[in-house]
Design a protein around this ligand. Structure first.
Ligand code: ZN
Length: 431
């Protein structure tokens, strides 16, 4: 029976169980802190390695070495202080029969902490009402399950891909992408690839770059209930009032940016938003300082020579300075910016043959192919920059990632596996 789609229909319950088993191994990125018992990336990678070995893959399981990656300092995904003990990356290579185009199927095994607000248990892998529930089922253990079963379906159906297939799973994605950097550095590359992040079964050919920053605004404490002297005479300065000036500009920039900082395939323009605000020390005192932690995005066309957000950082620093010029206190006490994360971006042109192959794969199983970029970050950048035409495509609604009651429609998991199986047959010329 050379019908991977029929094989998947016949094995739908195994697919659901495998995804559920993966959710039951909590793999919270250590970078977020919290309960060490939930940080089991290594165990989950071993679980995947066993499965891929059984399928005939040649497995490479290795702990990234930050010192060996120091040559990437200043580039996306490099963080000198990340530690990988017990946190291996995984790559399983399936040699083709020769002559075909190669394919990389990649996911990240780590998840963000469960946080609060759940009505279900986040790590029991419960399946009810057609959904799998739990932290990581959408982002992105569903995608990992879909790509592994897609390959199994092709192989179990007796089809032999001409092109090489690499199935990979990286650690540390949620903490900035150093697992991916180590994966690329290890040389696990192909002609094209799928990052099976949740895209709601859309073809996400681009992702935005993300910058996190802390804007520190100076104030001067002083009794709120008493008459206030001018600040030059030692009077208090309300840092909340000064922070408001910046927050107003965030709104103005968003209103302006929507007309020109819009990627043609993104459902939303680049924006800037305050995510956290910390101000003041006492209810009786004017705020002596304000820290506005913000999130902003950038497009592939706005990258600097390092393929990073350096040019956008400089531009925003200049804008922050201009705002300070409009206020006498801020002119003499300009805010400072501390940049926290720069997660890179990339795109694969919609006219690329791999986009056409992915579209054909979807149409072959009766799903309309829709191209829509991702306005958050995914780890496709290093691959695209290394010559791998990479797309994001996977099951699950993106908006449910990182949410309480994260849930994956099991029907979408099956559809994603069928689409990827169909892609393998097409792109790698399986016969
Ligand atoms: Zn993800």
């Amino acid at each position: 029976m050379k019908n991977p789609i029929g094989w998947l229909d016949a094995h739908a319950s195994e697919l659901s169980r495998f995804a559920s088993d993966l959710v039951r191994i909590p793999t919270v990125t250590p970078w977020f802190g919290g309960d060490a018992a939930l940080m089991r990336e290594g165990e989950a990678q071993k679980f995947l390695a066993d499965k891929l070995t059984a399928l005939g893959g040649e497995v490479d399981l290795w702990e990234p070495d930050p010192s060996a990656l120091a040559k990437y300092a200043g580039k996306p995904g490099y963080y000198a202080d990340h530690v990988f003990t017990g946190r291996p990356n995984l790559a399983a290579t399936f040699a083709g029969t020769g002559g075909g185009k190669s394919l990389l199927l990649l996911g990240h095994i780590d998840v963000v902490p469960a946080a609060t607000g759940w009505t279900r248990e986040p790590f029991t892998g419960e399946t009810t009402s057609g959904y799998l529930w739990g932290r990581g089922c959408v982002d992105m253990k569903g995608g990992i399950t879909a790509m592994i079963f897609a390959l199994e379906a092709v192989l179990a159906s007796g089809l032999k891909p001409k092109g090489k297939i690499i199935v990979g799973s990286v650690v540390d994605e949620e903490a900035g992408g150093m697992g991916t950097l180590a994966f690329v550095d290890r040389g696990h590359l192909a002609d094209a690839g799928l990052m099976t992040e949740p895209t709601g079964l859309k073809i996400a050919n681009h992702c935005h770059g993300i910058l996190w920053g802390k804007l520190r605004i100076a104030g001067r404490g002083g009794h709120i209930e008493l008459p206030r002297a001018h600040w030059r005479a030692g009077g208090a300065v309300d840092a909340i009032d000064k922070a408001r000036l910046y927050l107003d500009f965030f709104e103005r920039w968003n209103a302006d940016w929507k007309y020109w900082r819009h990627h043609p395939h993104a459902p939303k323009p680049c924006e800037i938003h305050a995510a956290q605000i910390a101000c003041g020390s006492y209810p009786t005192s004017y705020a002596d300082g304000a820290v506005v932690t913000f999130n902003t995005q950038y497009r592939p066309s706005e990258r600097d020579a390092n393929n990073s957000g350096g040019a956008i950082k400089k531009w925003l620093e200049e804008e922050f300075r201009r705002i300070a010029e409009t206020d006498p206190w801020l002119r003499e006490h300009p805010p400072t910016v501390e940049w926290m994360i720069d997660a890179d971006c990339a795109e694969t042109p919609p006219a690329h043959p791999f986009v056409a192959a992915m579209s054909r794969a979807l149409e072959a199983i009766g799903v309309a192919a829709e191209i829509e970029g991702s306005t958050s970050h995914t780890d496709i950048g290093w691959f695209v920059n290394s010559g791998v035409s990479m797309l994001n495509f996977g099951p699950g609604e993106t908006r449910l990632a990182h949410q309480a009651d994260e849930r994956l429609l099991l029907a979408d998991l099956l559809t994603a596996a069928k689409a990827i199986a169909s892609l393998i047959v097409d792109w790698c010329e399986a016969e």
